[in-house]
Ligand binder design. Sequence first.
Ligand code: ADP
Length: 509
Amino acid sequence: MGMEKELDTISLEEQLAGFEALGRIGRKVTSSLDLDHVLTAVVDAAVELTGAEEGSILLLDQASGEIYMHAARNFQEDFVRTFRIPIEDTLPGEILRTGIPVLINEELPQKIKTAYFVQTLMYVPMIVQDQPIGVLGVDNRTNGKPFSTHQLRLVSALADFAAIAVENARLYARVEAEQKKLTTLISKVKDGIIVLDQDMRLLLINQSARQAFGLDDADLTKKPIEDIFQNNELLELLSQDKPTTPFRSEVSLLDGRVLNAQITPIPEIGLAVTLQDITQLKELDQMKNDFVSMVSHDLRSPLTAILGYVALIERVGPVTDDQKRFIHLVDTSVQNVTTLIDELLDLGRIEAGLDDRREPVQFEALIHHTVESLGHRIEKKSQTIELDIQPDLPQVFGNPIRLRQMLSNLLGNAIKYSPEGDQIKLSAGTENGQVILQISDNGIGIPLAEVTDIFNKFYRASNVPEGIPGTGLGLAIVKSIIENHGGRIWVDSTPGQGAVFSVVLPDIG
Ligand code: ADP
């Protein structure tokens, strides 16, 4: 009895401060075992603070809609285990519905609607986001000691802690279930998935990626990528300066497979890499290339024969003007097909890497030769060409025939896609140990959406006027040549006003 008096002399704030420890435990609830522990502690505290004979926490079972006893003090174990009451027509049910606490201080024992007999009782709701989820109760069956409103406030504060604990446990269980689902999903996906943090340490890797890089099931979380992967192509890709936009590349595996790696920066996390097996596509591509080279090769010889015989017709006898016209048409058409085949064969050779001749090349001399060889085409369109070549332009290490082909294609396009009388500019200089070449014209330019497509095979931009001949292979050849030489090419263009093609090649001083 003294207990109640003593408690009443301690201020509410002091007593609440004492509960803080409980609150802290409540926030750390991460399993059902933790929850049992916290709720038992809350019931114990409620019984101690009120000097009650019994205490319990009643929760709503979402599945059955019944109320059960989750934690108890001084109730028989069997009673606790089997305690199940409906929401309707019961006092705890009413509190769950209304969220209003109940205090009963009667002289005579009362049967609390289908539960048990008590003399005095206090039930307070456990509320989460305005929603009652359970009831914290204390009662006296025999001594009939009344509960004060002060005690009601204390028990309400305890009920709040208990509510937080239950909510935490539920949230944690939900997060854990979601995480489990996600992990199962990621592990079952056929594509490889790797996620790295901002320090290039592993956050996640799925089974498919492990299998691709020969990794066992060991826990690799937080390990630096260099300690995990031995594939140089992958390491090189990942060690690029922090990318800000997604990009893709190919990674070859030891077993001969080729993967398409899509690298996506994820703000505040790091990088995600998805890996798709494209071995079959690569094989198909190779088959297509082989087929094209074979067919081109077999077509080349009969076409040369046709051209030869067409040239002979006029020499072996008189032909009419109409016949002459037809002969000229045959000649031009066959020439066009021959050019196409030559370009296809060239591209096949360059792409197959059969083109590995390398020697120091005087780039400046190469420019002059190319411009000379295109002189008649420039004159024909009354165009001029302005050369701006840095004195002592360094040499380039490469294949002179291919480098000249590259220059000739770019200059040829500038001539072809710009108007009569236009001035074409060619500048060459150095920057950071690289040779920079720029070819600009004031012609039709390239629609912005197509500036990357024009380097694809057979692509001709949508603004090319009818009648301008071309195969759409020239720039694909140019790009392959430049990339084989360790360089890069890109284009800047204002549609209708011209185009500037820029090429960067490594120099050899
Ligand atoms: P083509 O045989 O059609 O000239 P290319 O591969 O050399 O093929 O070029 C591809 C396309 O790029 C061209 O069809 C044209 O649309 C565009 N292109 C190339 N060079 C220029 C340029 N200097 N000005 C405008 N468009 C160009």
